[in-house]
Design a protein around this ligand. Structure first.
Ligand code: NAD
Length: 401
């Protein structure tokens, strides 16, 4: 009776399978990560983005330039502006990322990106794909990495969210089979799971972490999450020799445990498929103090992009409060970038200064309104502390005063 509908659905399903199997073939051949020690000049591209993006990005760029000053002088690092990733330009070309901008981004090794506006139904802008989603696909940024810290509560988590598979990869290819039946697809591959899980375990090994927690719903979503879970168990075996233990939690109880003051400080490194990571990292950022306080890294084997967790805050611009936006999230992203390209001391200098300004001395405070500091004033404040911290390592004294 519904043969025509079923046949049409099978055709669509077939084209999804063909596309994904081609992707698996590519994944099998692309596993060499860039070694920044071997790169003669590391090119960092900075995109301002939309709304408050250019304001907070320029502050973060100034701080990053200061932290990497000696490497910029020696020619090991170059920091360039990548112009044109704006909503106006994207709409003019009706592309998530205009071709010239994409070529310029691909000319860089790493990118510091301000938030970009994504048009929604009912907006003044026509419907174009999110620049972020496009960038993740174009640059194959498979890992979304978010650290979350709250010293007073002994929280020091780092989340590794798979960024390219799960419910999102063919999110626009779901369909209505009949007027009553809709289907979407969730994709999990052996290679896609392995690369994110291995990255989480490697991070644990290199940073003296003892525990990697895998978050799934493999008791119910048995095939796709089941694969993620079994790949994690296989990889965990390799890391027993480094004293790293691994456990698996289901996403529902995990969201609760992150709120449990008795248990939450015991988690260290957490790794999970895309959708669960999307949800749980926002919860974690809120625990830390809000999405404005979090930075995130989008890592691939070849390129990496670092950004704030929040969006372009168009309302702040409309209300004339853009200059009071909090740059902390972008500054954290800049520190993650410095660490990723092999300059952990520069990253630490940024992070320490930021922590003193936000949680220690607090001579200037960001409120998002004229009763607080501007992003640029706050940037100067951090720079002042960066220069003091580099001379005086006794930073806990300043943090606790
Ligand atoms: P938003 O994150 O831009 O703003 C949410 C709220 O947080 C606003 O009330 C804003 O005042 C506040 N806020 C956010 N960042 C702040 C900061 N640095 N300082 C002070 N206050 C801050 O979320 P939204 O309004 O849902 O999204 C706006 C646009 O950003 C949308 O087009 C969305 O698609 C886009 N977006 C982009 C990214 C990205 O580029 N990574 C991420 C999320 C949303």
């Amino acid at each position: 009776m519904l043969e025509l509908e079923i046949d049409a659905a099978l055709e669509q399903f077939k084209s999804i399978l063909v596309g994904q199997l081609e992707r698996v073939d590519q994944l099998k051949n692309e596993n060499v990560r860039i070694d920044f020690m071997q790169v003669p000049c590391i090119r960092i591209g900075v995109c301002g983005g939309d709304g408050i993006g250019p304001i907070i990005s320029s502050v973060a760029q100034r701080i990053l330039s200061e932290a990497l000053k000696e490497y910029v002088s020696s020619g090991k690092v170059e920091i360039v502006d990548v112009e044109g990733l704006t909503i106006e330009n994207r709409v003019a070309e009706m592309k998530a990322i205009p071709d010239k901008v994409l070529a310029n981004l691909k000319d860089c090794h790493v990118i510091l990106k301000g938030p970009t506006t994504t048009p929604q139904k009912g907006d003044a802008w026509p419907n174009i794909e999110s620049a972020n989603v496009a960038m993740r696909k174009e640059l194959d940024l498979f890992a979304n990495v978010r650290p979350v810290k709250k010293i007073g509560d002994r929280i020091d988590w780092i989340f590794f969210r798979e960024n390219t598979e799960g419910e999102y990869i063919v999110g626009s290819q779901g369909f209505d089979v009949t007027s009553d039946l809709s289907v979407d697809f969730k994709i999990t591959t052996e290679q896609g799971s392995e690369r994110i899980i291995r990255m989480a375990f490697e991070y644990a090994r290199l940073n003296n972490k003892q525990r990697v927690t895998v978050v799934t719903k493999s008791n119910v979503v048995k095939t796709t999450d089941g694969r993620f879970s079994s790949v994690a168990k296989r990889i965990a075996q390799e890391y027993v020799q480094y004293g790293i233990t691994s456990d698996e939690w289901y996403i529902d109880i995990m969201t609760a445990k992150l709120l449990d003051p008795e248990r939450r400080h015991q988690f260290e490194v957490l790794v999970m498929p895309n959708l669960y990571g999307d949800i749980i990292t926002d919860e974690a950022a809120q625990i830390q103090g809000g999405v404005g306080t979090a930075g995130s890294a989008n890592l691939g084997n070849k390129w990496a992009m670092f950004e704030a967790v929040h969006g372009s805050a168009p309302r702040m611009i409309l209300e004339g409060r853009g200059q009071y936006a909090d740059p902390a999230s972008m500054i954290k992203a800049a520190a993650m970038l410095a660490r990723h390209i092999g300059f952990p001391e520069a990253a630490e200098r940024i992070e320490k200064a930021l922590e003193i300004c936000v949680s220690g001395e607090r001579r200037l405070v960001i409120t998002g309104r004229p009763d607080g500091a501007t992003a640029s004033e706050f940037g100067e404040y951090i720079l002042e502390w960066m220069n003091r911290c580099s001379l005086d390592q006794d930073y806990d004294r300043y943090l606790l005063q």
